[in-house]
Design a protein around this ligand. Structure first.
Ligand code: TXA
Ligand code: MG
Length: 322
């Protein structure tokens, strides 16, 4: 079985595989990652190959602590230190100047490196057992929905060792924050208000653009997409219309409570709270996709906030629905 319970022995074996140049899937609090030793250029290249990921999209380097972060960065600004002290381990990725010796593959040849310390006991034990930083993009083929369960990753990388850490508690990827200039490149569960509370300055939020000039290449183009055609609707009236047009072609609907759906359509009920919604989102999209419906319809969640978790969820939904 590729999926293993994360006993001390299993983590040691996985660390050995990584040190020997292999790939291992491990859990984090956000999503499962496809790990490789960051300083092993060959292993890093095989991560890109296995994911079908464009070489132009840099990887996040995972570290056990702030001391390990300093081994891959050439400058560690006071602001980075303050944010790490407040939010690490946790779902905040910091983009800072890269130290020489980090393979070009990791940074896509750029001058910066993204680093984060994951808040998951298995990830931290694995990092300590390996003793050096690990790259870990989400453990899914490039463009598809990220994995929040070991079984999701096993569907893609069944030949690899997969450490089972249970369901990811956060459920959407980390906030990616560039330090200089201070800008959120990818929204996540740690929002501008929390960052402002630590630094006394509010980061700008990168706009999605299609012109390729964007600082976080991973936000270009389609992402998080099920195989089935997926659309988002804003109101229950619009939902009824879409279902009527599809007639007896079965659709799967993701909607918060009090929406009723008649066969042949199927409802996946989504939570009311933002944290619960985020934690459930990718598993729900994957369950919907597994039913091979004509269409997946997401009823836009009603929760809203200025720039917090709901806006990160909205970004994922708009990407998932093309
Ligand atoms: O929560 C997460 O961050 C998960 C778990 C496994 O840690 N990882 C993850 O990795 O989401 P990935 O590869 O799926 O997404 C990495 C994102 C991409 O949008 C990429 O463009 C951006 O981080 N990124 C990486 N290095 C960067 C850099 N030097 N400058 C700007 N953006 C960078
Ligand atoms: Mg990803």
């Amino acid at each position: 079985m590729p999926v293993e319970q994360p006993s001390a022995e299993a983590i040691d074996r996985a660390a050995g595989l990584l040190r020997a140049g292999g790939l291992v899937v491990f859990p984090t609090e956000t999503v499962y990652g496809l790990g490789a030793v960051a300083h092993d250029a060959r292993a890093v290249r095989s991560v890109f190959e296995r994911k079908g990921r464009p070489a132009s999209n840099p990887l996040i380097v995972h570290v056990a602590d702030e001391a390990m972060a300093r081994t891959v960065t050439s400058e560690w600004p006071d602001d980075a230190q303050m944010l790490a002290e407040r939010f690490w381990p946790g779902p905040l990725t910091l983009v800072a100047a890269v130290r020489s010796g980090v393979p070009n593959e990791v940074t896509a040849g750029g001058p910066t490196v993204a680093v984060r310390c994951p808040d998951h006991a298995v990830a931290l034990e694995l990092l300590r057992a390996v003793g050096s930083p690990l790259v870990a993009p989400s453990a899914n083929p490039s463009g598809y929905v990220s994995p929040t369960l070991a079984s999701h990753a096993a569907g893609h990388f069944g030949d690899l060792t997969i450490l089972d850490g249970g369901a990811c508690s956060v459920g959407i990827e980390s906030t990616v924050l560039r330090m200089d200039p201070l800008e959120i490149l990818r929204p996540g569960s740690i929002g501008p208000v929390q960052i402002q509370a630590v630094l006394g300055r509010t980061p700008t939020i990168a706009e999605r653009s299609a012109n390729g000039s964007e600082a976080s290449p991973g936000r270009l183009g389609p992402h998080y997409q099920p195989r089935a055609h997926t659309v988002q609707v804003g109101t229950t009236a619009e939902l009824a219309e879409v279902l009527q047009v599809s007639g007896n072609q079965p659709c799967v609907v993701l909607a918060q409570p009090s929406v009723s759906i008649e066969p042949p359509h199927q409802l996946i009920e989504m939570p009311v709270g933002a944290a619960e919604y985020a934690a459930r989102l990718y598993a729900a999209l994957r369950a919907a996709d597994a039913a091979e419906p004509e269409l997946i319809v997401v009823l836009k969640p009603t929760g809203s906030d200025e720039a917090g978790l709901w806006s990160a969820i909205a970004e994922r939904l708009s990407r998932a629905t093309g």
